[in-house]
Design a protein around this ligand. Structure first.
Ligand code: FAD
Length: 337
């Protein structure tokens, strides 16, 4: 455990996750929330960043609310490594005793945070959708629990730091403030770092989606009954014709018909389109919890009693593949005319 409450100035740390920076703004969103929470416990808002040549991000963090940025800049940190970042963050936390550490619930953050929490012998609430401070100055970490059927509020009364991962899109980033000032604290790369057991051989950027699923105004979502990766591809064609984005249920993602970032639901993205087309989706709570903000839901399912059909504004009792093909044909015809 990281010692008892220190006599230092308290601090809230935000871990700087700058991969896919322009698409994934979770670090800036967490800084914004940290700025709101900090006065409640009289804390400084700090960012922590590990990498090589990261000045640009450091400046951004200050412009978005960080009053101090701890930086470890080293050529060995060019590639992201969970193992290395976990060791570095643990070391810094032991040295500076932050009150709270917030990490984005990105794929990387979800791997990193539990490792750090374990090493610091503290608690961690994963995938929070709300953060606040109670009247004793404790961080209330609110996250879906028990398969998404209830919201659990967790506090960490004894151990420090209090740690949470937070889903991207949960909070709004602050406007960029070019006049903001902050301290940059360069920290040397520890000399006794063990060589990482995992070495990055190659990295490949996944082609960028036309737009972010969370922000798309039309979402075409498909379930496992689409039948195969090839048949599922029809949904991409439909989405393209509608200028929308494709989402999927968990079995589809687990079958590798589409990348994990298309998962809609408790374990994936929250969507709020004007129109959501739902093809052969049963409507399990873990999925529907993330589509309640859609303005209009059109569901296609063979079973009129499926929960998705009950929830939909328009429920079409039909074969999902057939309706998808018919829509594609009709849209193409209209485009040709
Ligand atoms: C902790 C936890 C977290 C989870 N998180 C998520 C999550 O984030 N997102 C998510 O999606 N799931 C999640 N799940 C899984 C979720 O509970 C469901 O199992 C999943 O959403 C079901 O996917 P599906 O609708 O594609 O498949 P199924 O449940 O198999 O549903 C198939 C549907 O297709 C209909 N159908 C059958 N044939 C046709 C046809 N020819 N044409 C049209 N309709 C047809 C059926 O009537 C049925 O409604 C989670 C589960 C757990 C336990």
């Amino acid at each position: 455990m990281v010692g008892p409450m220190s006599s230092f100035q308290k601090s809230i740390w935000v871990y700087g996750d700058y991969r896919n920076y322009f698409q994934n703004r979770v670090t800036l969103q967490l800084l914004a929330r940290a700025v709101e929470l900090a006065p409640n416990i009289d804390a400084d808002v700090c960012a922590v960043i590990f990498g090589h040549r990261v000045d640009e991000y450091v400046g951004e963090y200050i412009a978005h609310g960080a009053r101090k940025v701890y930086v470890i800049d080293h050529p060995d940190l060019k590639a992201y490594s969970t193992e290395t970042h976990a060791a570095l963050l643990t070391g810094l936390a032991r040295r500076f005793s932050p009150e709270i550490i917030l990490i984005g619930a990105t794929d990387f953050g979800r791997e990193l945070a539990p490792r750090v929490a374990k090493r610091l012998s503290t608690g961690l609430t994963a995938d929070c959708i709300h953060l606040s401070i109670d009247d004793q100055g404790l961080l209330i970490q609110t996250a879906p629990g028990f398969g998404g059927n209830l919201l659990a509020k967790t506090v960490t009364p004894h151990c420090r730091p209090q740690m949470a991962t937070v889903r991207p899109g949960t909070f709004q980033e602050l406007p960029n403030n070019d006049d903001a000032e902050g301290d940059i604290v360069p920290v040397a790369m520890p000399e006794d770092m063990p060589p990482p057991r995992v070495r990055q051989v190659r990295s490949e950027r996944i082609p960028r989606r036309a737009q972010r699923l969370e922000e798309a105004q039309i979402v075409v979502c498909g379930g496992r009954v689409m039948g195969s990766k090839t048949k599922f591809k029809k949904l991409f064609e439909l989405a393209r014709l509608l200028e929308g984005e494709v989402g999927a249920t968990r079995p589809v993602v687990y079958s590798n018909w589409i990348a994990h970032d298309a998962l809609v639901g408790q374990a994936g993205k929250h969507v709020s389109p004007q129109i959501l087309f739902s093809f052969g989706v049963s409507g399990a709570i873990q999925h529907t919890a993330a589509i309640t903000d859609a303005d209009l839901i059109v569901a296609i399912n063979k079973n009129p009693e499926a929960p998705m059909m009950k929830m939909a504004d328009a429920a079409i009792v039909a074969d999902a593949n057939q309706v998808c093909s018919s829509l594609i044909r009709e849209l193409k015809r209209r485009i040709r005319e």
